[in-house]
Design a protein around this ligand. Structure first.
Ligand code: HEC
Length: 154
C-alpha cells in the first residue's frame, strides 16, 4: 500500500514536470515570436515615417534624425530577435534562418551598417543624400532579407 502510494506520487510529479517541460518552451517560443514581430513593427513604423518626411507628405525634416537613430538602434536589436527555437508557430520567419545562420547574420550586418550610415547622413542634414541612403536601406536590408528569410503572406 505504502509503495504504491509513493509510486503514485512519483508518477504525479513526473507528469507535472513533463507538462512543465512541454508548456514552458512553447510559451517562451510564442513570446519570442511576438517580441520579434513587435520589433519589426517598430522598424516598419520608422521606415514609413521617414518615407513620409523624405517625400514631403508628412512630418518635419528636423525629426528625420530621430527616426534614423531609432532605426540604427533597432537594427542591433533585430540581431537578437531570432533565438533558436522561435521558428515555428505564428511566425513568417523561414526555417532557413536557423539552417544557414552565417548567411542570415550577413544580412543582419547589412541592416546594421546601412541604418548606421543613414543615421550618420541625417546628422549632417544632407537631405538628398539621406533620401538615397533611405532607398539603399530599403533595398539592401529590408527587401533582401524579406525575400530570402520571410515567408510570403498566405
Ligand atoms: C535580417 C532580416 C530582416 C531585415 C533586415 C528586416 N526584416 Fe522585417 N522581418 C523579417 C522577418 C523574418 C519577419 C517575420 C517575423 C515573424 O513573423 O516572426 C519580418 C517581419 C516584418 C514586418 C511584419 C511585422 C509583423 O508581424 O507585424 C514588418 C512591417 C517588417 N518586417 C518591416 C521591415 C523593414 C521596414 C525593414 C527594413 C528597414 C526590415 N523589416 C528589415 C526579417 C527582416
Amino acid at each position: 500500500m505504502k509503495k504504491t502510494a509513493i509510486r503514485g506520487l512519483k508518477t504525479a510529479i513526473l507528469s507535472l514536470a513533463l507538462a512543465g517541460l512541454i508548456a514552458l518552451p512553447a510559451l517562451a517560443q510564442e513570446g519570442a515570436i511576438k517580441y520579434r514581430q513587435s520589433v519589426m513593427k517598430a522598424v516598419g513604423g520608422h521606415m514609413a515615417a521617414m518615407g513620409a518626411i523624405l517625400k514631403g507628405t508628412g512630418g518635419q525634416a528636423r525629426d528625420l534624425k530621430v527616426h534614423a537613430d531609432a532605426m540604427a538602434a533597432l537594427a542591433t536589436v533585430a540581431a537578437n530577435a531570432f533565438p533558436e527555437g522561435s521558428d515555428f508557430g505564428m511566425t513568417r520567419a523561414k526555417e532557413v534562418i536557423w539552417e544557414n545562420p552565417v548567411e542570415f547574420k550577413k544580412v543582419v550586418q547589412v541592416f546594421i551598417d546601412e541604418s548606421a550610415k543613414l543615421a550618420k547622413i541625417t546628422a549632417s542634414g544632407k537631405f538628398k543624400a539621406a533620401a538615397a541612403q533611405f532607398l539603399h536601406l530599403g533595398k539592401n536590408a529590408c527587401a533582401t532579407c524579406h525575400k530570402k528569410f520571410r515567408e510570403k503572406k498566405k
